[in-house]
Design a protein around this ligand. Structure first.
Ligand SMILES: C[S@@+](CC[C@H](N)C(=O)[O-])C[C@H]1O[C@@H](n2cnc3c(N)ncnc32)[C@H](O)[C@@H]1O
Length: 281
């Protein structure tokens, strides 16, 4: 069972303790635990919109797409590339920052030979609601990567997959020699889709190409695979879970939604960083 331990009040950063169906801090700020077991630690002042993060429709589209198993090579790639020092531990703690509906974390927790003390955070209440219905063994928290409601040094590993990395917060919540995994699109990821969406393909630039203060890149690997989408619904689902749904021009999106099938390339970069020293400001 999830236990919602080691969480901090998002208002005054005091430790939260369980009191019945709530988490409460010393100053009596109280946060209800939902029926499905998650807790919402996103105070109104940290919300930049009424319904932040992925919408209900986006979460449902991603859930349908991921359930098809077409992105499973990414999961296998993560497990295979996991650093030996983590693999050697019987138990390690892991945060999935921007976990969506928890497909990756849930799979890793079930498939890994190790016990993972797993926590998933996402700013979207729709994503966390869906995640909490899938696994009761993981602590699910509505919260922001910008102000993680967790104490310093809490995790051995932080994973951020296709998400919104906030390096300073990842550095803070990692233990002294903790690991950060960034999962992001490689140069040829969904290139066939992008060619339909955009009149011109921009040159590839990886995130943190110039390095990242407080972390050292230890190794990186690529996961390359191909797959075919054979229905308009599956094409629409994939489009909804990519940033292109917001960034691409209207004409490009309409052209994609009119396709009846498409063969696609998956090209995903897995970058493993290790926390080192203090964060450079
Ligand atoms: C592209 S989705 C990736 C979800 C999941 N990691 C996956 O790969 O299936 C990005 C996720 O980041 C969440 N998100 C956006 N801003 C965030 C923030 N500041 N803190 C935490 N999560 C955030 C969104 O709600 C969404 O679920």
């Amino acid at each position: 069972m999830s236990n919602l331990d080691h969480l901090l009040c998002p208002i005054d950063q005091q430790p939260l303790t369980r009191s019945g169906r709530s988490l409460v801090c010393l100053n009596n700020h109280s946060f209800d635990i939902a029926k499905s077991g998650y807790v919402n630690l996103l105070p109104v002042q940290n919300k930049h919109s009424k319904d932040p993060g992925d919408s209900k429709a986006m979460v449902s589209a991603r859930q349908d797409f991921l359930m098809s198993g077409l992105y499973d090579p990414i999961l296998t790639g993560i497990l295979e590339s996991m650093p030996t020092v983590l693999k050697q531990r019987i138990l390690f703690s892991m945060l999935d920052a921007g976990c969506g509906e928890g497909y990756y974390l849930n799979w890793l927790k079930r498939q890994s030979e190790h016990q993972i003390d797993a926590v998933g955070v996402d700013i979207s209440k729709w994503a966390i609601t869906a995640a909490s219905k899938k696994s009761k063994q993981i602590d699910w928290v509505v919260g922001s990567n910008a102000h993680l409601p967790m104490p310093d040094g809490r995790f051995d590993c932080v994973m951020c997959a296709f998400g919104f990395p906030v390096v300073s917060e990842f550095h803070r919540v990692l233990s002294d020699d903790g690991w950060l995994l960034l999962v992001e699109s490689g140069e040829r990821h969904l290139i066939e889709l992008r060619k339909v969406l955009y009149p011109e393909i921009r040159p590839y630039q990886s995130t943190f190409a110039d390095g990242m203060g407080g972390f050292q890149l230890q190794f990186e690997s690529s996961v390359e695979f191909s797959f075919t989408l054979k229905t308009q619904q599956s094409i629409a689902n994939l489009l909804s879970m990519t940033p292109h749904i917001h960034k691409a021009p209207y004409e490009g999106r309409e052209a994609v939604l009119a396709l009846e099938s498409i063969q696609l390339t998956g090209d995903v970069r897995l970058r493993w960083y290790r926390k080192q020293g203090k964060l450079e400001c």
